[in-house]
Design a protein around this ligand. Sequence first.
Ligand code: ASP
Length: 352
Amino acid sequence: MQWTRDDRPRRITLISTGGTIASRWQGTGYAADASGDDVLATSALPEGVAVEVVDLFNVNSSRMTSARQLTLLRAVHAALADPGVDGVVVTHGTDTLEESAFFLDLHHSDPRPVVFTGAQRPLGTGDGDGPGNVYDALQVAASVRDLGVLVVFDGRVHAARGTVKTQTLAADAFADPSEQGLGKVGFGSVDIRRSPDRPTPLPLPVAGLTPPRVDLVMHHSDGDPLFLKTSVAAGAQGVVLVGTGAGNATPEIAAAVADAVSQGTLVALSTRVPAGPVAEIYTGGGAVDLVAGGAVPAGTLRAGQARMAVLATLLSDVTPDRRPALLHGLLNGPARPEPALTAAGSRFAGGS
Ligand code: ASP
């Protein structure tokens, strides 16, 4: 579907949080220090679009925290409380952009868009990608509806769900390795090819909650349950186990998962492989045993976003016994038709 705008002027709120797009040289390296107005001043504005800037934080996004993500969620909702606002753009560091965007998407029930963007090259450099990304993000925010939270980068439009940073330095920094992007933006138009799969949005978390500790633990050859057990002992209410292959570990780790779940820890199971779903194929410490022990498979979501789903579940007001079911829905989205059987009768075409 092609989105073109009528002549009505549009009002967009730009929330600035830092990142490379706001970064300048500090003598030894780059760090975020520019205001939202400075970031906006680098970009042309799409015709008919007026922008109001909110300076929320000024951090490089490897310093993002759950508390800041909750503040950002509330800032977006505050901006959209004004019915005259047509959409929101969030400028954000690319390192954890996928986490904040997905956390907001899980709580976004408004038809107006929230569009995340950033840059791979710092402010004020002749070859910078920030100005074009800001222009495109404003254009998308002024044009589309009913698509949830989006990531606009290097002329591409992505759904927040499933989209991850796939390049450390290149301008085309984001993709969903398991799914096609939503569309593209350029030459004054926004082309959207598909609707994102989104579960029913959660209500805003109750104000004043202290975010719980949620850890990531990655499996690898030689991996043992030490970090999982340490995480639970440190008070983690949630853990994402990042398995090998289609979500596998060892019998010892499967026992530690079952133990953690029996103590009330919410455990999600993701994979360190870049693309494809977690799948219950292997026993002997594989996903079959991890899921039997209470780990919730993360579908095609990668670790950072699976962690956001665990965090959102723990911040929701559902009772602890209903958390695994809620988490399953947040991780896997609305039910899709079962994939067709392969010739061998397996639902899974690939190996581990
Ligand atoms: N380290 C930076 C950040 O995430 C990278 C970027 O913004 O592109 O803030």
